[in-house]
Design a protein around this ligand. Structure first.
Ligand SMILES: [Ca+2]
Ligand SMILES: [Ca+2]
Ligand SMILES: [Ca+2]
Length: 151
């Protein structure tokens, strides 16, 4: 091989290697793009579910202690979004469910003083809100809880 040969241009092998390297580069960029779109979309769905959860908590907190939506009777409990028209569900959210636990009748020592369902556990309802949503065909949940105190 002399100087003349080197200046002729690229050999076929060199071109092929360049094409393969380029293709791998494009492919990994494309894969990164797909992954980041998926991460973004998952985050968006989670954010929407979390907003729906806090909106539900806000609406339920405004209700009276004995409101039917905070009824802990087994027949009405757990409750769901079909009972409250003002709850708006984003597309990704399939349902919002809340379970009401009345501290004075749940058979549990909620305040940790070794007495169960004693007088000072009355007037308190624990509300467990669960938002069910779907992200990339996977069922997911956001759960929050709050304590409703009888005033
Ligand atoms: Ca107790
Ligand atoms: Ca209790
Ligand atoms: Ca107590």
């Amino acid at each position: 091989m002399n100087m003349m040969d080197d200046t002729k241009g690229f050999t076929l092998i060199e071109v092929l290697i360049a094409v393969v390297v380029f293709a791998i580069g494009i492919l990994s960029l494309y894969t990164m793009q797909i992954v980041s779109m998926k991460v973004n979309s998952n985050a968006n769905n989670m954010t929407r579910a979390a907003i729906a959860a806090s909106d539900t908590v806000e609406q339920l907190m405004q209700l009276g202690f004995n409101d039917s939506e905070l009824d802990d009777n087994a027949a009405n409990n757990p409750h769901d979004d079909s009972e409250v028209a003002s709850l708006v569900l984003p597309d990704s959210v399939s349902s919002i469910v809340w379970n009401v636990v009345n501290w004075s009748s749940d058979g549990t020592d909620n305040d940790g003083d070794s007495s169960v369902d004693e007088p000072d556990e009355s007037g308190m309802k624990q509300v467990n809100v669960t938002v069910n949503y779907v992200s990339f065909s996977t069922a997911k949940q956001v759960a929050v809880q709050f304590l409703k105190i009888e005033l």
